[in-house]
Design a protein around this ligand. Structure first.
Ligand SMILES: Cc1cc2nc3c(=O)[nH]c(=O)nc-3n(C[C@H](O)[C@H](O)[C@H](O)COP(=O)(O)OP(=O)(O)OC[C@H]3O[C@@H](n4cnc5c(N)ncnc54)[C@H](O)[C@@H]3O)c2cc1C
Length: 298
């Protein structure tokens, strides 16, 4: 069981992880490659105190190396869902399951949004995980919407052996070879439609495709899908000054909590969240010890 699971290896996540490890907590980061951090794209970062004139790539490399040097464990992976287990959380990390006492969400500016109708059919024909739900569609027609260029091919290979027909909708050129039952359609998802259960999708050119299941493979997850019940302030995660969300033991830091979108703010929030999580864990542990002592006295 981890003390702190951090989602996202940008400046906010790395800063929180470093401070958690320094305070002797068992911390791991689950994040996509450093290239996916917003700062990677910056040609020149000149407003971070004490580190002038670095490219964004140099800066994120330094942050990552520093975190690794103090013992932070970085797992390159996508977290697709967090489950509330009562007094701890379980994360779906590329379809493996990891338990943690607390979570820091540091996923950057929310890029993934549900398309119209999508949220309504989650669990009723709409899925995000081929290995979790693929078997439900044996010998049936399914649609796979591939938005993540890197991770979709493996999922499609798995699904093509189960489903009767796979409509693969991708906004990019698909170069991989698949079985004959895979039909590639270069397009984008616009609307998810159904009645009690998912029935069809509408693509941006208004073409409709009917199928029994829909798999949406994104680079990242809409926050509302990642963490059920998390309170949002428009597109951003609502936090208080301690960087606590409305859910016990779940904190958020960096661009995902709102403006200003700046490295210094992300690093500062990562630090603040990291320290507050450490205090929270210590407090919970202390209460547990006191309760045990009380029981043994009785
Ligand atoms: C072109 C550009 C130039 C910029 N220039 C400056 C500048 O000069 N100065 C400055 O201060 N700021 C600048 N910024 C802003 C700065 O990059 C951000 O404020 C900062 O990177 C925010 O850090 P973060 O950790 O919150 O998010 P990010 O750095 O975006 O990191 C979030 C990470 O989480 C990962 N992630 C998301 N969802 C998941 C998931 N479900 N599972 C696993 N991983 C996930 C993402 O892939 C990403 O790696 C610039 C931004 C851009 C785009």
């Amino acid at each position: 069981m981890l003390d702190i699971a951090i989602i996202g290896a940008g400046p906010a996540g790395l800063s929180a992880a470093l401070n958690g490890v320094i305070r002797n907590k068992k911390v791991e980061i689950f994040g996509k490659k450093p290239e996916t951090s917003a700062i990677f794209k910056a040609e020149n970062v000149n407003n971070y105190l004490g580190m002038p004139n670095l490219t964004g790539e140099e800066m994120i490399d330094q942050f990552l190396n520093h975190a690794l040097d103090v013992g932070v464990k970085f797992n390159e992976a996508l977290v697709s869902e967090i489950y509330d287990m009562g007094d701890y959380y379980t994360l779906n990390v590329d379809n493996d399951f990891v338990d943690a006492k607390t979570i820091l969400v540091a996923t950057g500016i929310p890029k993934a949004r549900f398309v119209l109708g999508e949220e309504e059919y989650i669990g009723r024909g709409v899925s995000y995980c081929a290995t979790c739900d693929g078997m439900l569609y044996r010998d049936r027609d399914i649609i796979v919407v591939a938005e993540d260029k890197e991770a979709y091919a493996e999922e499609v290979r798995y699904l093509q052996d189960i489903a009767k027909k796979v409509y693969l909708v991708a906004k990019f050129d698909v170069k991989e070879k698949f079985n004959d039952n895979v039909e590639v359609i270069k397009n984008r998802l616009k609307i998810v439609k159904g009645e009690d259960y998912f029935k069809k999708v509408e693509l941006v050119n208004e073409i409709e495709i009917e199928a029994e299941g829909l798999f949406i493979l994104r680079e990242t997850m809409p926050v509302a899908k990642l963490i059920r019940g998390i309170e949002m302030d428009e597109n951003f995660i609502k936090v208080n000054r301690n960087l606590e969300t409305n859910l016990k033991g779940i904190y958020a830091a960096g661009d995902c909590t709102g403006k200003p979108f700046q490295v210094a703010k992300a690093v500062g929030e990562g630090l603040t969240a990291g320290l507050n999580i450490v205090s929270y864990i210590d407090k919970v542990e202390k209460i547990k010890v006191e309760e045990k002592e009380l029981v043994s006295v009785k």
